[in-house]
Design a binder for this molecule. Structure first.
Ligand code: FAD
Ligand code: AMP
Length: 480
């Protein structure tokens, strides 16, 4: 290749494309290699834009509107008559949103003077990159820096082999041609709960099988308990401690065989979604002598600044340790580039937000009460429900479930974590994230004036509740 690049990014997902853009802003000559074909066309944006965050949120939004129209309007005195949805239109809208965003990323790369190399990239020894285009000859690039951003793929389990028809992974579950009457979901993680909710709202009878004995073990216990109660009330049949041992396809049906509480059971479904996690994807990415070290679980080994075992080569996003989240990948991409440029950038891994986009949403940042206690903090915690919040009550009973909970250090009053179930939890939780970034105390939050009537008043009340002084509750343990 005639052109000399300062930086080659392998992978054009949220981690890779943000790294490429930031590098171009800083004056680097950048190429981004991406091999994804989506709906027959080369596509940027990675898992997130093509088959992850965005299409799943498009379906969550459409299905929520349908459910809200059929369930939540009567109390407002609004009658609608028969409400129907057209699945083809609903799926086509999702595809349009995906096209708009992936096209937008292509425009951003072009506008920033970044070369999108369509095909596969492989890191060779000595920091060289082999580029195999969809068409044409293989080329070897010799950039000054490389960022590996090849992302992740769904985990397959031998007990439920994906056939892309009756047994699908998260990608297949974004495009069922019709609503399955009986839907089995294996894995009660974030993706399983979101996709299970989409199809339940559209009419499927959904059973979620979770092998572990706890629901959302990584979440704050109070949040997990409330969340499971709410989802169950909505009609998701969540079976905890139910390990799927086999699946059997008979004609157009799948039998799931599972073990729960020592008992072997089985149930028949029309479709099954396998959502048992994701694994780093490095197939064809590294020549044997590339010098890159992998961990036992297949992640590229990196330090806190995402530098690999090879000088000048960074790795980011789902390919490396930490939560598999788009915003984490994005910030790592920016950090890697800024480090290359000589800035002292550092992602704060303690304030990465987690969100589950059901309705109500569940979201958290920082430590759960249990994790904080385990870390040796003397914990104080407080929570406040949306059920008595003026704005939530005015909006309707669909918005009154859940609470905001704060976890803090009794000794220093420092905020350690925030846990939210409720309306707009995905946005509300950013208040906790910003507060934690500014090393806020609970008192800081107590002293602020929150607008009325807003959902955010629950944030204020939860901060007050930590010290037993919430106003719209009878709090007996007044300390201050
Ligand atoms: P990816 O987005 O996976 O991008 C990597 C890209 O690299 C891919 O496009 C791949 O084709 C390309 N590539 C790989 N190898 C090569 C190679 N050798 N040469 C050229 N190109 C290559 N996260 C959130 O934060 N919020 C959410 O709401 C959310 N929802 C999700 C819902 C679903 C159904 C799924 C599956 C995931 C969801 N995620 C969500 C996770 C999120 O999609 C990932 O964390 C994010 O996409 C990771 O970004 P990345 O840049 O590391 O990798
Ligand atoms: P996550 O990694 O958050 O996407 O969640 C995936 C979930 O799938 C985990 O909670 C696993 O315990 C669960 N899981 C994995 N294998 C099985 C299985 N065979 N049967 C039921 N659940 C499973």
């Amino acid at each position: 290749m005639s052109q000399q690049f300062d930086l080659v990014v392998i992978g054009g997902g949220p981690g890779g494309y943000e790294a490429a853009i930031r590098a171009a802003q800083l004056g680097f000559k950048v190429a981004c290699i991406e091999k994804r074909i989506h709906n027959g066309k080369p596509s940027l944006g990675g898992t997130c834009l093509n088959v992850g965050c965005i299409p799943s949120k498009a379906l969550l939004d459409s299905s929520h509107r349908y459910e809200a129209t059929t369930h939540d309007l009567a109390e407002h005195g609004i009658s609608t008559g028969e409400v129907k949805f057209d699945l083809d239109t609903l799926l086509a809208r999702k595809d349009k949103v995906v096209d708009q965003l992936t096209g937008g990323v292509a425009g951003l790369l072009k506008g920033n003077g970044i070369e999108w190399l369509q095909g596969s990239g492989k890191l060779l020894a000595g920091k060289k990159v082999e580029f195999t285009p969809f068409e044409g000859d293989v080329q070897v690039l010799e950039p000054k820096y490389v960022i590996l951003a090849s992302g992740s793929v769904p985990v397959n389990i031998p007990v439920a082999p994906v056939d892309e028809d009756l047994i699908v992974d998260s990608t297949g579950a974004l495009k069922f041609p019709e609503v399955p009457k009986r839907l089995g979901v294996i894995g009660a993680g974030v993706i399983g709960l979101e996709l299970g909710s989409v199809w339940r709202r559209l009419g499927s009878e959904v059973v979620v099988f979770e092998a572990l004995d706890a629901f959302l073990p990584m979440a704050d216990k109070a949040l997990a308990k409330e969340f499971q109660k709410i989802l169950t009330k909505q009609g998701l049949d969540i079976r905890i401690g139910a390990k799927v041992a086999a699946t059997e396809v008979n004609g157009r049906e799948v039998t799931i065989k599972y073990n729960q509480a020592g008992e072997d059971k089985e149930q028949v479904f029309d479709k099954v979604i396998v959502c048992v996690g994701r694994k780093p994807y490095a197939e064809g990415l590294l020549a044997e002598d590339s010098g890159i070290k992998l961990t036992e679980r297949g992640f590229v080994e990196v330090n806190d600044q995402c530098l690999t075992s090879v000088d000048g080569v960074y790795a980011i996003g789902d390919l490396v340790r930490g939560p598999m989240l788009a915003h984490k990948a994005m910030e790592e991409g920016v950090m890697a580039v800024e480090r290359i440029h000589g800035h002292a950038a550092q992602v704060n891994y303690d304030t990465i937000i987690s969100v589950i986009y059901t309705h109500p949403e569940a979201a958290w940042v920082g430590l759960s009460e249990e994790a904080a206690t385990e870390k040796g903090y003397t914990v104080k915690a407080g929570q406040f429900p949306f059920a008595v919040n003026g704005r939530a009550l005015a909006a309707g009973s669909a918005e009154t479930a859940g609470f905001v909970k704060f976890v803090a250090d009794e000794k220093t009053d420092r905020l350690l974590g925030m846990h939210v179930i409720g309306p707009n939890a995905s946005d509300i939780v950013h208040q906790g994230m910003i507060a934690m970034e500014f090393v806020s105390s609970i008192e800081d939050l107590q002293l602020m004036t929150f607008g009325h009537p807003t959902y955010s008043e629950v944030v204020h009340e939860a901060a007050l509740a930590v010290d037993g002084r919430a106003i719209h509750a009878i709090q007996r343990k007044r300390k201050k």
